[in-house]
Write a protein that binds this ligand. Structure first.
Ligand SMILES: Nc1ncnc2c1ncn2[C@@H]1O[C@H](COP(=O)(O)OP(=O)(O)O)[C@@H](O)[C@H]1O
Ligand SMILES: [Mg+2]
Length: 229
């Protein structure tokens, strides 16, 4: 469904990604793990169209998307949940969802239904300012917002970063609930989360993919995975 082939990405003259190739199949949850500065966010931004690779190709649903602007890539069915968890704090949760529903012409009632399905507790916050949500609830709002318009692939950058253990469980439930309905490529440094949900893992180091892990036992073995980081 998504195929990244041999891309190189730079900020100005500073090369950050070197010859990256990966793929995501329909329905899969694929994780990217790696230390800070490995290039994980740069990779997601490149797939979403915010950075243009110097070379290589990116194919989504049999179409070349490399070089397309971010809004075209979004409309082709790829949504990107940024690392910074930014919501419109002074708008209500419902209004945050309305803003995302508008460009893809989805009915707001359907958009809200989709978010409530993955996280029923959001219902009582719908008319409260999004600025009052906890970090975990903001993350869930952002994931729910990304589901509007029924994308085929979500790119999610560090969904559990900075969250307490109980809240991480909420995120795990939400992701698990979405599994199978939408493919996901998730950057995650919490190896317990990775072990619980992953179909496959790519390990990044210094702008390269150094390892792909697909063995069920190995994916659940935190100590083993840590050795690659
Ligand atoms: N806007 C930018 N301009 C220049 N260098 C950047 C920029 N953003 C990130 N980098 C550099 O690119 C490398 C990879 O960063 P990033 O993709 O954010 O890593 P990760 O998400 O794995 O922590 C780092 O060395 C970082 O300093
Ligand atoms: Mg990052």
């Amino acid at each position: 469904m998504l195929g990244v082939e041999s891309i190189d990405v730079a900020y100005g003259h500073a090369m950050v990604l070197h010859d990256i190739s990966l793929n995501v199949q329909s329905g899969e949850i694929v994780f990217i793990a790696g230390r800070n500065g490995a290039g994980k966010t740069t990779l997601l931004k490149s797939i979403a169209g915010f950075l243009k690779p110097k070379k290589g190709s990116i194919i989504f649903d049999n179409q070349t998307i490399v070089g397309l602007p971010p809004e075209k890539i979004a409309l082709s069915g790829i949504r990107y949940v940024f690392q910074d968890k930014r919501v419109f704090t002074t708008l209500t949760v419902r209004e945050n969802l309305e803003l995302a529903a508008y460009p893809v012409k989805e009915k707001i009632s359907d958009a809200i239904k989709r978010v409530v399905e993955i996280y029923p507790r959001i219902e009582k916050f719908l008319d409260a300012p999004a600025g009052g949500l906890s970090g975990g609830q903001r993350q869930i709002l952002l994931i729910g917002r990304a589901l509007i318009g029924k994308p085929k692939l979500l790119l999610i950058d560090e969904p559990t970063e900075g969250l307490a253990a109980g809240t991480i469980n909420d995120i795990l439930n939400v992701l698990n609930c979405m599994k199978g309905n939408v493919s996901m490529l998730i950057v995650e440094q919490n190896l317990s989360v990775v072990g619980m949900l992953s179909d496959r893992i790519y390990i990044m180091q210094e702008g390269k993919i150094i390892k792909e892990v697909a063995d069920k036992e190995e994916m659940k073995n935190k100590e083993q995975l840590e050795k690659y980081l």
